[in-house]
Write a protein that binds this ligand. Structure first.
Ligand code: GDP
Ligand code: IMO
Ligand code: MG
Length: 424
């Protein structure tokens, strides 16, 4: 069984938890897109792991972890994660494979991300400042790009780095009046990364196709969410990769037809970090209630997440373009205690009801949410393990999510722990 897990909202849906649980039955877990902008939380007993680049399967000692070509790899972050897990007694030796084609995020990418956001002022995207956009831009531009395989040939890397940093310094100096970066310093760091990462770098496309031939079970782990997809999200308030399930094939070098099931992860409400449209946002006591109960603060940046009602138009759209078979609905426990709950089932745009999400933010600005209001429940859900044992109103809420999104809910999260999960 090969499965792909993907976010259906604006990221942070709980993908890490779902991947960690499903990894129990997988041989291999693959991260195929995005970079250290992602923050995937895995809770095992009393321990909490926040992973940015390592697949969420890495906590399980026997799971093979693969980082493929579509990922932009921050070598500082990944070496830190490998060392961090080793300190906790979790070794990745012999079970981590990194694509030589994954592009490297280096200091000048992070510097540019910060400089550009500062220059944009109130119009900024609200990026994670992890150098994601500048690195993907260099990938597309080709001439100034470095990939993981470049760490294997230090002489050539030095030459390339001198040329790239020289160019970046000129550009950043003129546009942003920025201080020059030292190519020598970056190269010295790369020497250390080279030593640590070279044993892991390989042809992951070949590796995965061999594994497929051998009938291995592979779990593909998406990063971000469909509404942050560069092509299909709320552009320009998106990330710089195809973070919907559509990015899986190109990002991993594996055709989508080799995936048996696409599971979309959504929260029982909505959140968003950074700027951009958010039709069901509740910038009020309700949003605050959800933020505090759900601990809605960014895993990567610590920023408070914007919170709002469940938007079935968004999730239906993500499920439609992503070929999603079923939904993992997380954080059902978080919305307990609210007298009534709202689900946005359509938008009203220029007087007409519409259920297909308009990704053009100029159109989206005109959308008024059409809500279905339902009664909430007071009971805590965190000890419940069977769907039938949920309060009637919680069951009805889940059924409505299925109805308005046109997609069945197969997994329900009632807390951050592995055990706090209901399978239907
Ligand atoms: P990801 O980026 O999609 O992996 O999600 P994050 O890890 O950034 O954010 C999800 C947060 O919700 C993490 O702190 C998880 O531990 C937590 N979480 C996941 N599922 C549930 C759930 O069903 N209930 C509660 N209360 N917390 C959950
Ligand atoms: P996970 O995998 C939530 C958001 C940023 C910003 C926009 C662009 O944990 O769900 P970027 O740094 O990518 O250029 O920022 O995208 N963003 C995320 N929001 N979860 C994420 O990842 C995100 N990765 C990027 O907040 O609005
Ligand atoms: Mg996250």
């Amino acid at each position: 069984m090969n499965t792909c897990i993907v976010g259906l909202q604006w990221g942070d849906e709980g993908k890490g938890k779902v991947v960690d649980i499903l990894a129990e039955k997988a041989d291999i877990v693959v991260r195929y897109s995005g970079g250290a902008n992602a923050g995937h939380t895995v809770v095992v007993g009393d321990a909490k792991f926040a992973l940015h680049l390592l697949p969420s399967g890495s906590i399980r000692p026997d799971t093979i972890c693969v980082i493929t070509n579509g990922v932009v790899l921050d070598p500082e972050c990944i070496t830190g994660e490998i060392d961090g897990l080793a300190e906790k007694g979790i070794s990745l030796k012999g079970r981590l494979f990194i694509s030589g084609n994954a592009h490297l995020v280096l200091d000048y990418h992070k510097a540019e991300d910060q400089l550009r956001e500062n220059a944009l002022g109130k119009d900024k995207i609200g990026t994670t400042i992890r150098g994601i956009g500048p690195c993907y831009a260099d990938k597309v531009g080709r001439s100034f790009a470095l990939r993981a395989a470049d760490l294997k040939d230090l002489d050539t890397l030095k030459e390339k780095l001198n040329r790239i940093v020289n160019y970046k310094n000129k550009v950043f100096g003129v546009i942003y009046n920025a201080d020059a970066l030292s190519a020598e310093n970056i190269f010295e760091k790369c020497k250390a990364y080279s030593q640590k990462l070279t044993p892991f770098i390989t042809d992951t496309t070949k590796y995965l196709h061999n594994a497929i031939e051998q009938g291995k079970s592979i779990l593909y782990e998406g990063a971000q969410g469909t509404l942050l997809d560069l092509d299909h999200g709320t552009f320009p308030f998106v990330t710089s990769s195809n973070s919907s399930s559509l990015g899986m094939s190109a990002g991993a070098g594996v055709p989508a037809k080799m995936v048996d099931k696409f599971i979309g992860v959504a929260k029982a409400y909505s959140t968003r970090v950074g700027a951009g449209p958010f039709p069901t946002e509740q910038d009020n006591d309700i949003g605050q209630y959800i933020r505090e109960r759900g601990h809605e603060y960014g895993t990567t940046t610590g920023r408070p997440r914007r919170c709002g009602w469940f938007d079935a138009v968004v999730v239906r759209y993500s499920a439609t373009i992503g070929g999603i078979d079923s939904i993992a609905l997380m954080h059902l426990d978080t919305i307990a205690g609210l007298k009534e709950l709202k689900i946005c089932r359509a938008y009203k745009i220029n007087g007409a009801e519409c259920t297909f999400f308009p990704s053009d933010i100029k159109v989206l600005e005109k959308a008024a949410c059409v809500y279905e209001t339902v009664p909430g429940w007071d009971e805590g859900l965190s000890e419940i393990t069977k769907f039938e044992d949920l309060p009637q109103n919680a069951r009805d809420y889940v059924e409505l999510v299925g109805k308005f999104t046109g997609t069945p809910v197969s997994i329900i999260g009632v807390g951050p722990k592995r055990s706090q999960t209901i399978f239907r």
